[in-house]
Ligand binder design. Structure first.
Ligand SMILES: Cc1cc2nc3c(=O)[nH]c(=O)nc-3n(C[C@H](O)[C@H](O)[C@H](O)COP(=O)(O)O)c2cc1C
Length: 402
């Protein structure tokens, strides 16, 4: 499959750029991976920055480039350690003879080797160098050491080198590199599954300028969509008001009101294998919408009417249904009741008043209840981790059904 056909949404890639002439071609690699939806984090050696500027990578990837081993982030965390923990793959291109030697010997003196040493992520090494350097026994032994430890090597090809000579050592072209990166991810455990995710809060108009809304940021739903895409699913995201950027590469449709979201779910869910309803959908909307801005005056009474209950409206469909219960009291009993009434397979119960949980925060503490009576109480986790736990359960349900 051509690299350009693949979806890398939600994949986090560290692209290590060392000091070889081929660094300029890696700019194109960064651009292509980003366009395929990956979150690309570039780390550069000092020599690499003599060949190409960090500003170029930063502009293309929209992520800060790591150039300093000693760097701390805003939360005073060690950047390379945090980055190492978060990335799914480390790609080093061009991998110079010098860098390969450092990596093989566990030397951690530049932003690439220090991150690679601190990371459990798989390594894809893409050497580029003069043909004598490549053929040198030291280089070959170092490459072999790294291969034995599990690194994947995209071997250089024979061609014209920076010196003007022709030989083995020329870096593979950006297209082949992108293909090799895509191949590292494989098809993913949710490949072939269509998953519909809703996120954010709906807004119910009162008049042309006012609405009834809620505090949902969309972070939880977006995390589910990204994680599902990362696992290879074909994801469609329906979103209301959100305060975080959408991921490039995920099919997304804006559904501002509860009625818009209900119509879209009813249209799309019948072709899907699972629905995760993480959106905070309004239960009520104004019974009528004023055509002009309501003038300031005496007290105003708004009459509200119920919105369509989206999950109940698709109760007959055979797809796996996951709901959320955002509550402020009697969390588990309310969640169990919702699970039963709406014929869900799973419900994610979430006390939105708890410390570090709920609207807008980056973390969540939830309990996942199953139709089978199961109850999984999770600790305080990032929303990405919560999304992963939810999708683990969805995967189990797919396995049970097939
Ligand atoms: C113009 C020029 C081109 C170079 N190209 C390469 C190359 O393609 N591969 C390589 O291994 N080293 C190359 N070098 C040598 C490296 O830049 C040098 O070994 C450096 O220390 C590598 O540092 P790094 O591995 O920390 O990035 C080149 C040097 C110069 C001056």
């Amino acid at each position: 499959m051509a690299g350009g056909d693949r979806d890398l949404t939600g994949r986090r890639i560290l692209l290590g750029v060392a000091g070889g002439i081929a660094a300029y071609k890696v700019v194109e690699v960064a651009r292509r991976l980003t366009r395929l939806g990956a979150s690309v984090h570039v780390a550069m050696t000092h020599s690499a920055s003599r060949f190409v500027g960090s500003l170029t990578f930063e502009t293309l990837t929209r992520n800060k480039v790591l150039t300093d081993v000693m760097e701390l982030d805003a939360a005073s965390e060690i950047v390379h350690v945090e980055l190492g923990k978060r990335v799914d793959l480390i790609v080093i291109a061009p991998a110079t003879a010098n860098l390969i030697a450092r990596l093989a010997h566990g030397l951690a003196e530049d932003p690439i080797t220090v991150t690679a040493l601190a990371s459990p992520a798989p390594l894809l090494i893409i050497p580029a160098m003069d043909h004598h350097m490549w053929a040198n026994a030291a280089t070959q032994a170092n490459v072999e050491t790294l291969r034995e430890r599990g690194a994947h090597i995209l071997l250089p090809v024979r061609g014209e080198l920076a010196s003007g000579e022709v030989g083995w050592g020329r870096m593979q072209e950006p297209e082949a590199i992108v293909e090799a990166v895509c191949a590292q991810f494989g098809p993913g455990p949710l490949a072939g599954r269509k998953i519909l995710v809703t996120a954010g809060g709906t807004r119910e108009p009162i008049d042309p300028v006012r609405y009834i809304g809620n505090h949902s940021s969309g972070k939880m739903g977006l995390a589910v969509a990204q994680e599902a895409a990362r696992r290879g699913a074909d994801v469609t995201l329906l979103y209301g008001a959100i305060s975080v950027p959408l991921s490039a590469g995920i099919k997304a449709e804006h559904t501002p009101t509860a009625a818009d979201m209900a119509a879209a779910v009813q249209r799309i869910a019948k072709d899907c294998d699972a629905l995760v309803m993480a959106a905070a959908v309004a239960d009520y909307r104004p019974a009528s919408i004023a055509s002009q801005k309501i003038k300031k005056g005496t007290d105003l009474t708004l009459q509200l009417t119920s919105t369509t209950d989206i999950l109940s409206s698709i109760a007959g469909l055979p797809l796996i249904k996951v709901g959320f219960a955002a509550e402020t009291e009697q969390l588990l009993s309310a969640a169990r009741d919702k699970l039963r009434r709406k014929q869900l397979d799973l419900i994610v119960a979430n006390d939105v008043t708890a410390e570090g949980s709920g609207f807008g925060s980056n973390t969540n503490q939830v309990t996942i209840l199953g139709r089978d009576g199961s109850m999984e109480e999770l600790p305080l986790l990032t929303k990405t981790e919560v999304a992963a736990r939810i999708l683990d359960r969805v995967q189990e349900l797919f396995d049970e059904r097939s």
